[in-house]
Design a protein around this ligand. Structure first.
Ligand code: PXL
Length: 276
């Protein structure tokens, strides 16, 4: 197997099954050497807990990058998720420039919003900076809310294909090359993923499970990157990631107290089997 070294940049939420505590095990399970750059350290994630701590690691990033450059460290892929500050986005762009190996695949999950709203702490300047980072990526993995903030299209919960095509057209106009748009539902009881790769649009529809969990966007993006970097085309990777995310949601369905994340660990083998 071609052994690939990838870098993921996102926060450590110490408790809450999201970001790095999800990305690192999933990418490792996919057989990828995974390097991490924490964007911030929080005691928990911000969705449902209150009083969490937040240590912004923006200031550490330039020196970390300089050390990697000095050591000649390069990555086959760089995958970003939840970032800690607007200024940090410029540093992440510098890391793209300085540490990308030849043919490096850059994946940006503009993790900043859901259900029509920005996450706590994010504002319009952050959104503007994230637009610039998305334009530098090979693949972006927004949900519909994030796409609304990136494109200025009003958020809607019911829509048709023309609405989704407007999203794809405006994301492309921003400079985004390939788009994996998650949570696209055209009919009751179903949801799915729209994949725009090299100008070709495809849709993978699956059933909408009755329960939902926090952190599934991070599970999805991590599994997508894992499958992509193990040689799957974007549509196949998007499908593998959707099926795995559904398994995680199902594994969590019987536990109402497990509201803060999805139990992705017991079903990792299913992801590995789908990739092998
Ligand atoms: O799952 C996205 C995410 C990542 N990191 C932190 C979050 C969230 C969502 O709320 O709060 C800190």
């Amino acid at each position: 197997m071609d052994y690939k070294k990838i870098l993921t940049i996102q926060d450590i939420s110490c408790v809450g099954q999201c970001s790095l505590t999800v990305a690192l095990p999933i990418l490792s399970a996919c057989g990828l050497e995974t390097c991490v750059l924490p964007s911030a350290v929080l005691s928990t994630h911000t969705a449902g807990f209150s009083g969490y701590t937040f240590r912004d690691l923006t200031e550490d990033m330039p020196a970390i990058k300089d050390h990697w450059v000095k050591e000649g460290i390069r990555f086959a892929a760089i995958y970003t998720g939840y970032l800690g500050s607007t200024r940090q986005i410029d540093y992440v762009a510098d890391i793209f420039e300085a540490t990308a190996d030849e043919g490096c695949v850059k994946v940006v999950d503009p993790a900043m919003a859901d259900n029509g709203k920005l996450y706590p702490g994010f504002d319009q300047p952050f959104v503007e900076a994230m637009k610039g980072l998305c334009a530098k990526a090979d693949y972006i993995v927004p949900n519909i809310t994030e796409s609304c903030f990136l494109t200025g299209i009003p958020y809607r919960t019911s829509y048709d294909k023309a609405y989704i095509d407007e999203h794809l057209q405006k994301l492309t106009a921003l400079g985004c090359k390939n788009v994996i748009l998650t949570g696209v539902s055209y009919r009751t009881g179903y949801t799915g993923i729209v994949v725009l790769e090299n100008g070709v649009e495809r849709y993978y529809e699956h059933i909408l499970l009755p329960n939902s969990c926090h952190g599934t966007g991070d599970i999805y993006a991590s599994a997508f990157v894992g499958a992509l970097m193990r040689g799957k085309d974007a549509y196949t990777a998007a499908k593998i990631a959707a099926n795995y995310t559904m398994e995680c949601i199902k594994a969590t369905a019987t536990e109402p107290n497990h509201w803060y994340g999805a139990k992705f660990e017991p079903v990792l083998l299913k992801l590995i089997q789908a990739i092998e």
